[in-house]
Each structure stands twice: as C-alpha cells, then as structure tokens.
Design a protein around this ligand. Structure first.
Ligand code: HEM
Length: 358
C-alpha cells in the first residue's frame, strides 16, 4: 500500500464517519529500495535476507502439479499438490481483494481478517489439545454465534470468493493465510507461514468462553492466555494488534478505534496507552476508556490492565519505545498463535510471502 493510499483511507474514514473525527494523521510511510520505512522509525533489519530466502523457496517450489479439466484448455487448472507459488497466488488474490474493497469500515477489511485468524486460533487449550486454527469450526453454529465472534461473518464472507477460486485450500489454512496477508499488507512485520491445517466438522466446535472478555483485567488475561501456552511478554506483544481496527457497537458493544491510523500496523497502541490520559467514557454502553484530549480513541478495560499490572507494563514500555522489537516479537508470537494445535507434517517449512501493495 503506497503512503498516499494509506492517507486516503484514513481521510475517507474521517470524511464518511458518523463517529467523532480522528484528529491526527497517520505517520507517513514511504518506500525506499523496495522496503517500507516510517519517517519516524528505523528500518527493519534482516528484511533482505528474508526476501532472498523466500525467492529461493519459491524457485524450489516451482512446478506444483497442475492438470486441466476433461474439457481441455478452457478448463480451470486444478492444483493437486500445492506448492509455495500456489499459496503465494492465494495471498495475491486476498491482497488484491483488500485493495478493491476499500469502502469497508475505515477503508480496509485487513483488521477484521486479523481478528478472524486470531479467534480461529485463540480457542486452543493446551491441556486437551482442542481448539486452535486446525478445523475452522467457526463456520458452524454454535461457535459462529459465540458473543466473542460477533461480526466475523464479514471476514468469512470476504474470503468466500477466494475459496471458490482456490478450492484446494482448506478454510483453516485460508483464514490464517488471510491474517498473514492482512498484517503484511497493512505494513506490519513479515509473518512466516506454513500450510497443513485440515477442516473439521461441527463436532469439533469449541465451547463458549475460551476467548478473552474485554470487561476483565490481568487475572483473566493470564487465565485465558496461559491456557493457550503464552507467557506475560507474549500476551503484551499479541495485544499490540489493537493498533489495528476498531470496536463496533453492534458487535462487541464497545465503540471506536485504538489509534489514529487503524489500517496501518504500528506500535502506536502501546505509545498511546502510556502517553495519553485515559478517562471513563460517559455513555450508554459498556465501561470503556476514552482519551481525554480528543475523546476519539478508546481503550478496553482489558487493554488498560496492561499498564495496571507491573509485569505487563514493563513490556508495554519496551514496545512503545522500540517498534522494531515489537515487530520482531509480534511476528514470533503470532506465528506461535496461528500454529497452536496444528498437526504439521514433520520437517514442514515455513514460507515468507512477498507483499503485494505494502
Ligand atoms: C487481550 C485480550 C483481547 C481482548 C479482550 C480483545 C477484545 C476485542 C474487542 C472487544 C474487539 C472489538 C470487536 C468489535 O466490536 O468489532 C476487538 C477487536 C480487534 N481485536 Fe482484539 N482482543 C484481545 C486480543 C487480541 C489479539 C491477541 C489480537 C490479534 C493478535 C486482536 C486483534 C483484534 C483486531 C485486529 C480487532 C479489530 C477488528 C475490526 O476492526 O473489525 N485482539 N478485540
């Protein structure tokens, strides 16, 4: 996504929003030597090695098995043993749909795709090995009707045409690939990916209550995320995803974005959490915070717990001060989240997809 388009998206959100106007422009992102840089941030390290490796992986993966339908050349090619470049094609399709469908929300389906991938994965229970991204059981009630999943139909529907075009990919792999694509296309860190998830039926739906409750604080966050196998640092790194997107009154009941640039991945969630003064919002909805200065940003009680708890707060401070550290840790922890409970083939490799518009 070019810098001008990012600005356009934010501006469109400002123009069309019936919500309080956001008052600051996103930091400008610009290209340099094919890499994305923020004017106020250091360049990411290690990128060029990753790309060299990805191109190598692509070349090695070339020549996935293709065949044509019986009616000959006019038929759609089918993939029977998908390789790196087949998944890159799916990635490209998602990226191009993200570009096309700019009228959604703040100008991108990206945030809701990230939330879909997270809610598909975050049901994991390490004791029983149940839940997690292997299965895509949120396609079915009762899981699709769980309160925490309200609004995610928009993300699942967005991906249906992609599934129709690439029927060989499982929903479970597709949803996670969409999360990876959305993060990278919103100028976030590189997220290595490997396929291998298989769809499961309604019997594998997880019970309600496995995802975090935003009205609660640190004890609850620890209960939920320790159950998945995360530690305190990882909990804080994952929560930085709230740089993206917004709360919707008709979904969670909460309302508003966390940052001024909700379609660009940054460490702004931590910076705003520390730097702004937060007060209870006076309104007819669930208890949430608003920033005192503009009253246009929000924090959930569960977000605020990250600075009310001493151990969590140390990590918030580190990530607020160092975007590169946040990007590295976020990439590592979201790969872990997306792979919880997935029975990958032994020695399966992770791939790095080339961003399309980022
Ligand atoms: C720490 C515990 C968490 C709580 C309590 C929480 C709660 C929420 C709530 C209430 C919403 C608003 C949903 C809506 O009204 O549309 C939301 C949105 C979102 N969450 Fe979280 N979340 C948590 C962790 C995470 C994690 C770990 C990620 C990803 C790694 C994530 C990514 C997102 C994104 C991207 C959105 C915006 C969705 C959109 O714009 O449609 N959240 N979260």
């Amino acid at each position: 996504m070019a810098a001008s388009r990012t600005a356009t998206r934010t501006l469109r959100a400002l123009r069309t929003s019936t919500r309080p106007a956001l008052t600051a422009a996103p930091r400008a992102a610009f290209r340099q030597g094919g890499r994305r840089l923020y004017s106020s941030e250091p360049a990411k390290s290690g990128g060029s090695n990753i790309w060299a490796w990805a191109i190598g992986a692509g070349a090695l993966g070339a020549g996935g098995l293709w065949y044509l339908n019986q009616d000959g050349a006019s038929a759609t090619p089918k993939v029977v043993a998908p390789k790196f470049e087949d998944y890159q094609a799916v990635y490209n399709e998602i990226a191009s749909r993200l570009e096309e469908k700019e009228d959604y929300d703040d100008g991108s389906y990206g945030p809701v795709l990230v939330r879909l991938a997270w809610h598909a994965s975050g049901t994991y229970d390490k004791e029983t090995g149940t839940g997690g991204s292997n299965g895509a059981t949120m396609r079915f009630a009762p899981e699709s009707d769980h309160g925490a999943n309200a609004g995610l139909k928009a993300a699942r529907d967005f991906l249906e045409p992609v599934k129709a075009k690439f029927p060989w990919i499982s929903y479970s792999d597709l949803w996670i690939l969409a999360g990876v694509c959305a993060i990278q296309e919103m100028q976030g860190p590189t997220i290595p990916y490997r396929p291998g998830r298989q769809d499961r039926d309604v019997a594998a739906c997880t019970p309600d209550g496995r995802l975090p409750d935003a009205t609660q604080a640190q004890d609850h966050l620890r209960n939920i995320f320790y159950r998945m196998g995360f530690n305190d640092q990882e909990i804080v790194a994952l929560a930085g995803a709230h740089a993206l997107g917004r709360c919707h009154a008709d979904r969670s009941g909460f309302d508003g974005p966390w940052t001024f640039s909700p379609t660009v991945m940054t460490n702004d969630f931590y910076r705003l959490l520390l730097d702004e003064k937060w007060q209870w919002k006076k309104w007819n909805g669930p208890k949430q915070y608003e920033d005192k200065k503009t009253k246009s940003l929000m924090m959930l009680p569960a977000d605020m717990a990250l600075i009310q708890d001493k151990t969590f707060k140390q990590w918030v401070q580190k990530y607020a001060a160092d975007n590169e550290l946040f990007f590295q840790d976020f990439s590592n922890v979201i790969v872990k989240l997306f792979e919880l409970g997935v029975p990958f083939a032994e020695n399966s490799e992770r791939w790095v997809f080339k961003p399309v518009n980022a």
